[in-house]
Design a protein around this ligand. Structure first.
Ligand code: GLN
Length: 473
């Protein structure tokens, strides 16, 4: 992996252009990983050259000026293909740029390409992409996680120091765990969803992958904040002027109370992973952290309630894609054209169709009360569980996944195993909280992830603790 400091050093020793060119060489060399769906080479080289001119003139825009980043192909970038890894959007060229990406570009970052993902961000293994599976560079026989698998692999394979992803139920944190990288899902409303193609609007949030916890801070400082295009966003201007998301980096962990939800360290968690996580937490205890058992009793309904809410929202969000239109010449001799369209049946893959059917079912008049309304009630109860737990601790630690990344093909054979991958992550989206996953150990060279959960808007605390833990683990 390559971190921000190393990248900046390379830019200052050579140039942003040389770093961008080298990034494309690295992408070419790791093509077999299938991490990228498309590249924006011309655009990126121009941006890098502009960055060099600014740096030379002493007018660098930010610490990210000239730094290459990758963006999950679920975010629009004007003039580039944005496919959501779906056949239905195979040829869609975005007419505008997502706010998070526009802000990074305004800070000088250079977008090199769009990363592979599960179709419409639905999945946990990156096996549902119309453009093929993504390979885990650490353990090629295992999944890289999903749905932001391409972004995780772009960082884990060292092509870029950062890659944006989206997380509806774990899609940043679970692939971070599978690839040994750091991944954060900020508080709901921190980052504008404008230009993020919606899966489930009340759960979706943009976040980032990075090589180090501390590297996340400059990205969040740029992408977070209020956006008139997304009225669920909240302002953070004061916050950034008070040291921003990096304000708790470098602090120690003495006296911090780490809550361990007993329901998360119970049945369902692979005993070997549990051992690695407990060993990691014991190291923090040695450094003065206080480990305390807490309880989230309603969490056992989280997966069910997540899949009802997420699919209900997806069935309504995806109704805007009503087919693929083609124009073709209908007669060779005369200049006649006709238009025909392919149906949603041809445009969407199996997993997406499954979700649309499930979502339409739970919203149908006979079942709305029994499923959708119940799930919304459970969502509230889970949110209250977290509130009660945070009255007893400063931060919550949990496993990131129930076990090691599955072997390739396993999720296709056993759909439930894919669904259960997000056992420890979906509740964080249901409650709108920030969550960060970092590597905490290995089993036979396979990374094991640890998740930190904070109160709303406490990303700085997550980064401070994760940064400290990174040095101890
Ligand atoms: N795996 C979960 C799902 O398929 C989460 C996906 C996501 O966070 N985008 O719904």
């Amino acid at each position: 992996m390559i971190n921000l400091e190393q990248t900046r050093k390379k830019i200052s020793e050579s140039s942003a252009l040389a770093v961008a060119e080298n990034t494309f060489e690295k992408i070419e060399k790791t093509k077999n990983l299938n991490a990228y769906i498309s590249l924006c080479k011309e655009r990126a080289l121009k941006q890098a050259a502009d960055s060099d001119a600014r740096i030379k003139a002493g007018k660098s825009l930010s610490v990210l000026d000239g730094v290459p980043i990758a963006v999950k192909d679920v975010m629009c970038i004007e003039g580039t293909k944005t496919t959501c890894a779906s056949r239905i959007l195979e040829n869609f060229v975005a007419p505008y740029t997502a706010t998070a990406v526009a802000k990074l570009e305004a800070a000088g970052a250079v977008v090199v390409g769009k990363t592979n993902m599960d179709e419409f961000a639905m999945g946990s293994s990156n096996e549902t992409s119309y453009f093929g599976k993504v390979v885990n560079p650490i353990v090629p026989e295992r999944i890289p996680g999903g749905s932001s698998g391409g972004s995780a692999v772009a960082v884990a394979s060292g092509t870029v120091p950062f890659a944006l992803g989206s997380d509806t139920g774990g899609s940043i944190r679970q692939p971070a765990a599978c690839t040994g990288s750091v991944g954060i899902k900020p508080t709901y409303g921190r980052v504008s969803r404008y230009g993020l193609i919606a899966y489930a609007s009340s759960l979706d949030q943009i976040g980032t992958f990075a090589a180090k916890a501390a590297d996340v801070a400059p990205i969040l400082n740029v992408i977070c904040g209020q956006d008139p295009h997304d009225n669920t966003t909240s302002a953070n201007t004061d916050f950034v002027s008070n040291g921003g998301f990096g304000s708790q980096l470098g602090k120690d962990i003495k006296g911090k109370i780490i809550g361990l939800p007993k329901e998360y360290f119970a049945e369902g968690l692979d005993p070997k992973c549990r051992e690695v996580i407990e060993n990691a937490l014991a190291k923090l205890e040695k450094e003065g952290a206080i480990l305390k058992e807490v309880s989230l009793p309603s969490i056992r309904y989280a997966i069910e309630s997540y899949y009802i809410i997420a699919t209900a929202e997806a069935s309504s969000n995806l109704s805007r894609f009503d087919g693929i239109r083609y124009t073709r010449r209908s007669s060779e001799s005369q200049n006649l054209f006709d238009t025909y369209s392919k149906s949603r049946g041809e445009g969407f893959g199996h997993e997406v169709k499954l979700r649309i059917l499930l979502g339409s079912f739970v919203l149908s008049s006979g079942f709305y009360d029994a499923y959708y309304v119940q799930a919304q009630k459970v969502r509230r109860v889970i949110t209250d569980d977290f509130k009660r737990a945070f009255a007893e601790c400063d931060i919550i630690a949990s496993p990131a996944t129930p076990g090691l990344p599955q072997l390739i093909g396993e999720c296709e054979k056993d759909h439930l195993s894919m669904v259960m991958s997000d056992l420890y992550t979906v509740s964080v989206n249901l409650a709108g909280l920030p969550g960060l996953v970092q590597p905490c150990g290995k089993i036979d060279e396979i990374p094991v992830g640890l998740q930190w959960i904070g109160k709303s808007f406490e990303e700085a605390k997550l980064l401070g603790v994760a940064d400290f833990a990174e040095r101890v683990f």
